[in-house]
Structure formats: C-alpha cells, structure tokens
Design a protein around this ligand. Structure first.
Ligand code: UFG
Length: 328
C-alpha cells in the first residue's frame, strides 16, 4: 500500500489516479482544507485527517501495510505565506515532522516529498541546477527547504530514504478531464487567465511589470501535471528498489513571462483576454527556470508536454468541463 498525503489536492489527486492505473493499492490522508472529495479516486482508501494529528496518522499506519509515502500535504501559496508565515511553519514543517515521527514509529523508510523551486529564492543563474544556492525569499520556500533538511537528518538518524522533487510551475489537467486544478480562492496564473474567457472575471491582473526580465513580468517554467506525476512514479519506484536519497528539479527548462502566457492563452482560447497592470505580489522572484538534467540522468525522466499552448489547452479542457471547479 502506498500512502498519499494530500491525495485530494490538485497534484496529489493526479498521483493517486496514476498509482491506481499502475495497480498500486493506495491510501489517502487529506484534511480537505484545500483538497476536494470530487478529486478523490473511488478506489483509494480515504482517511479524512490532518497530518499534524499523530493519533489519526498512527491509525492509518496501524490499519495498512504502508510501503512508502508520497507527501503532497501542505499549504502552497507564495503570497499567502508572506502574510501568514506561522500557518506555513505549522502546517508544512509541523505536518511533515508529525508524518516522519509516525513513519519512524512504524519503520516506514521511503518517502517522495513535494518540494519547490521557491527553495532557490531569487536566483541569478539562467538554468537552475540542484547544486545552486538555496536562499528562499518567502516562507513557503523556507518551510519546504526546512523539510528537505529534516529529511536529510532523518536519513542519517532513522534510515528514511527520501526523494525531494523541486517543482517549478505545475499546470494542466488529467487527460480524461475528470480531475484538474481547482482552488478556492484561485491564485495561480493559468487558471486565473482562463477565468476571463469563461466569463468569470473581466480581466487578468499582471502583478508587476518592473521585474528584471525581457518584458518586465515574472518568468516561470511551466510543467504539465502528467509529466510531474510521471517523475513521482519514477522516484517512488527508485526508492522501492533500494535507492539512496536525492533531490531533483522538475521543469521543462524554458521560461515564459506572464505576458507571454496571456498571449498563449489568447491563441488557445480565441478570446482577447483583457489585462490590467497591478502592483507586485509579495515574495515573487524575477525568474525561475529549471535544469532537469539530473532527473533525466538519474530518474530516466523526460517531459512529454513541452509546449505552453498544450499545457494551457489541457487546463482549458478541464475548466470548460468544470467551470465552477470543485467544492466540498
Ligand atoms: N500572476 C499574475 N497575476 C495573477 C496570478 C499570478 O501576474 O493573477 C503572476 C505571479 O505574480 C507570478 C506568476 O504569475 O509571477 C506565476 O504565479 P503563480 O501564482 O501561478 O505561481 P508561483 O510562481 O507563485 O508559484 C508556483 C506554485 C508554488 C511554487 C512556485 C515555484 O504555486 O507552489 O510556483 O516557482 F513554489
């Protein structure tokens, strides 16, 4: 049995679908704060619980033979982390600590951890490698980096092997359109852009046009959720076959500005998508683009959906099917 923490959330639910497609047995722990029952796979064994609740987590480990954990459960908004740092330390660091304590209690020694490009801070290199300096500029990145370090010490002390995956900007939806990105409130760029052609907002706000980039708007590396999940599967299988701990970037290796993303969405949707310029959002670095050479070499990973139009098209297919998103 594989335990997926946060398996009712955007990325976690895609992992659950893929694990079940690969014939794994799956248990899900999710507190449904940002996850949705509609995103749960019907074949997953669901526990509505918070990972900070050690008693509830212990019951899950007691009732199931957990081979490995894939850990997505976290608060994950850069802007919110700047205004609510305590929430991020409590949920992300406290939650991971509780999970690791229970794993140690039950002798479970393999974990795939959702980390982030936000661990790098505001880098100056064009293509980030895992060797580059980690210097977060927001509490979200700081808490994810703290958990990476905690995992390193738990490897030494408890023999827990971990693969930390540093995601760049994840987008798109499941090929079936059954699950996809649904947040309430939504804060991510692609779903917000798509709310304009859906008639749910009059325009997209561009947060800052004075960044040190070619058009002044932030540059990000967008990666399709199915490629991201494929990397998780490779990481999990590597750990199950006895691999050592590791840290890998997951991105496509090309950067797009906010304005370029709006332009690409205009091409995909055929809508003119009006925009307005708004002030900067706290905690946003200028540029984040990944080198994923290490994941290619050591996990055998290769992203398949590499054009931003295809990534936006995938999100657009989902949002047209679920214009109101999910709700509990
Ligand atoms: N943006 C806008 N207008 C909006 C929403 C976003 O201009 O209405 C901009 C942001 O300022 C940023 C870019 O679009 O420059 C992307 O913003 P997102 O909120 O979509 O994504 P982030 O880059 O902030 O964060 C995402 C994940 C994090 C992860 C990070 C790593 O949400 O979990 O990528 O780069 F850590």
């Amino acid at each position: 049995m594989i335990l997926v923490c946060g398996g009712a959330g955007y990325i976690g639910s895609h992992m659950v679908y893929e694990l079940i497609a690969q014939n794994y047995e799956v248990a899900v722990v999710d507190n449904l704060v940002t996850g949705y029952k509609q995103a749960l796979h019907p074949q997953a064994k669901f526990y509505e619980a918070d990972i900070r609740d050690k008693a509830a987590l212990s019951r899950v480990f007691e009732e199931n033979q957990i081979e490995a954990v894939v850990h997505f459960a976290a608060s994950s908004l850069v802007g919110e982390s700047v205004t609510h740092p305590l929430k991020y330390y409590d949920n992300n660091v406290g939650g991971s600590r509780a999970l690791l304590e229970v794993m140690a209690d039950y002798g479970v020694k393999r974990i795939v951890f959702s980390s982030t490009a936000a661990t790098y801070g505001n880098p100056t290199v064009a293509l980030l490698t895992e060797q580059d300096e980690t210097k977060p500029i927001n509490p979200y990145g700081e808490t994810k980096l703290a958990v990476e370090k905690l995992l390193k010490w738990c490897d030494e002390a408890n023999g827990i092997k971990s693969i930390c995956l540093r995601y760049f900007n994840v987008a798109g939806a499941h090929a079936t359109g059954v699950i996809g990105e649904s947040h309430n409130p939504e804060t991510h760029l692609i779903p917000l852009i798509l709310q304009v052609p859906l008639g749910k907002r009059p325009h997209i706000s561009v947060f800052g046009t004075d960044y040190n980039t070619k058009d002044g708007t932030c540059v990000r590396d967008y990666i399709h959720v199915s490629d991201l999940i494929n990397a998780h599967l490779l990481a999990l299988e590597k750990l199950l076959s006895g691999a050592e701990s590791g840290i890998y970037n997951l991105g496509n290796g090309s950067g797009f500005t906010v304005l370029e993303m709006i332009e690409a969405a205009r091409r995909v949707t055929g809508h003119d998508i009006p925009m307005i310029v708004a002030p900067r959002r706290g905690g946003d670095p200028d540029v984040l683009v990944a080198s994923s050479a290490l994941a290619a070499a050591e996990l055998g990973w290769k992203p398949q959906v590499t054009s931003v139009e295809d990534i936006i098209q995938s999100a657009w297919d989902f949002h047209r099917k679920h214009p109101e998103g999910f709700s509990n």
